[in-house]
Write a protein of this length. Sequence first.
Length: 89
Amino acid sequence: MSQETTEKKPGLRKTRVGIVVSAKMDKTIVVEVMRRVPHPRFKKIIKRSTKFCAHDEKSEAAEGDKVEITECRPISKKKCWQLTKVLTH
């Protein structure tokens, strides 16, 4: 029997890039992610936005920053994303 190293690899986690809309909460930011999708009937490209609550441990992101967030385990009721890095200030 061969000895295999049993390393836990996290599953494929989603990443999103968006703009910080609110940084008023403690260790939490609200990130708005814009995506371009075709209209179901008319096929014109339209913008859709989604807001995500993300965990920001060091409170390094400010309003208006472009950030990258990654999916993680649920931290609270609405917070299951984590700040990966701040792209632009």
